[in-house]
Design a protein around this ligand. Structure first.
Ligand code: FES
Length: 429
């Protein structure tokens, strides 16, 4: 079994121990430290880059808990662990959300893409530790008491979403569950969440602010439906979206819930500096997304202008070929992105030949033009799925193809067919 799976199982076993053993709860700080030491030992002899990242993350969490103990000796162990775990989870969640937009600006950050799901699972485990202690020690396992205030319900909302995001980040499930399975899961989770929301509403009816919270929960429900299968997200992305990926868009609802949870629970009672610092995180997160979209829009405009400047086309064998750029503008082995109509495509040069393939990796829409290219094969820069550029086929157990296009060179200009040549074979898993 892979090391990161063993690490996740240790984390889950520890959470079960927190819920089931009063001894662990009474010695919660040292129990957390002991578990982190166990995880350190698990990664002691690793030489893999990815695993070194895991080790770094465990060490970072370990040092943060120790630092919290040193700097806040007067805080009781349960409160100390509850606060440190939530702070770490919030910090890492912001990091998860920033990797996407920042990778548009930095190659080094782009390399972290692969690692994003490990961070996501860590957010879930830390959030669960926070929730397990509160549920058992503060609310004595009572769901009624737990849902007694809106701030705990928002915490539950985020936890519920992270649970399914963490579970569906497992490669095996992503490949094994068919599309209809994800759709059913999506619908079941939505209904389950609505059931929990209704329960919360019935408990809260005496509260004058209940309608505000009901409005927010219905807003979440609306967003949930927007990202659900067959819904807007497909139209926005103009392409196939994996069932599990659609589930992962719920991270934005989880993020909003966490903001509300933290604000109503503690932050609104803090001084103005802490409040400012808190709101700085969503400003940075949403500002970075905006900057990333603007950058992408600018890049696309430049690409489209260069295609329009070339402004040539020809027909051959019933096919329309569109000019993209001058041959001399391409570098050996380095991809370039273009558009054919609205479809983004990646072009690679190998000697005197050119390959054109859809730029969108089937996994998470990673940009293939930034991938490593060699001997007619491209490797996606995000999670390293590979494709044969001749026919677009995925080089793995799944059998499916990405669209590939025919290329022609005329008078020093590269042309590409308007339609994919493997249109009939293009199939998404
Ligand atoms: S987006 Fe994950 S491998 Fe391409």
């Amino acid at each position: 079994m892979k090391r990161h799976l063993r690490a996740a199982l240790i984390g889950i076993a520890f959470l079960i121990a927190v819920l089931s053993s009063s001894f662990i709860r009474e010695n919660i700080f040292y129990s957390v430290i002991a578990t982190l030491v166990l995880l350190e030992l698990l990664y002691l002899r690793t030489s893999l880059k990815e695993e070194k990242c895991d080790r770094f993350l465990i060490t970072f969490i370990f040092i943060t808990f120790i630092a919290a103990k040193i700097f806040f000796p007067q805080v009781d162990p349960i409160s100390l662990v509850v606060r440190t775990a939530s702070l770490l989870a919030f910090f890492l969640l912001n990091l998860v959300l920033l990797i996407g937009p920042w990778s548009r600006f930095s190659e080094r950050i782009r390399r972290l893409y692969f690692y994003r799901r490990h961070l996501g699972v860590t957010v879930f485990l830390l959030g669960s530790l926070h929730a397990a202690i509160i549920f058992s020690s503060y609310f004595s396992f009572s769901l009624r008491d737990t849902f007694s205030s809106p701030f705990t319900f928002y915490g539950f909302t985020a936890w519920f979403i992270f649970l399914w995001l963490a579970a569906s980040s497992w490669d095996f499930l992503q490949k094994a569950v068919p599309s209809w399975g994800w759709k059913s899961l999506h619908a079941a989770l939505f209904l389950l969440y609505m059931g929990a929301g209704y329960y919360f509403y019935t408990l809260q009816q005496a509260d004058p602010a209940v309608n505000t919270h009901l409005g927010i929960i219905l807003l979440f429900a609306g967003l949930w439906i927007v990202v659900a299968p067959y819904s807007l997200i497909r139209k926005i992305m103009q392409t196939y979206v994996f069932g599990w990926k659609q589930l992962h868009v719920l991270i934005y609802i989880a993020y909003l819930s966490i903001l509300l949870h933290a604000w109503l629970g503690v932050i609104s009672l803090q001084n103005v500096w802490l409040k400012g610092l808190f709101w700085l995180s969503p400003i940075i997160v949403f500002g970075s997304h905006l900057a990333g979209w603007i950058k992408r829009g600018q890049e696309d405009r430049t690409i489209n202008q260069s295609i329009q400047a070339t402004n040539q086309e020809f027909h051959d064998g019933g096919k329309r070929f569109i000019a993209l750029a001058l041959v001399k503008d391409f570098q050996e082995g380095k991809g370039k992105k273009f558009y054919v109509g609205k479809q983004p495509i990646a072009i690679f040069k190998q000697g005197n030949s050119f390959f054109a393939i859809s730029n969108l990796c089937a996994h998470q829409k990673g940009p293939l033009y930034q991938g490593r290219f060699s001997e007619g094969v491209v490797e996606c820069p995000w999670h390293y799925w590979t494709y044969n550029l001749k026919d677009g086929s995925f080089l793995g157990k799944e059998k499916f193809c990405l669209p590939v296009y025919e290329t022609r060179v005329r008078d020093g200009i590269l042309f590409v067919s308007e339609e994919p040549v493997n249109k009939e074979k293009v199939r998404h898993p």
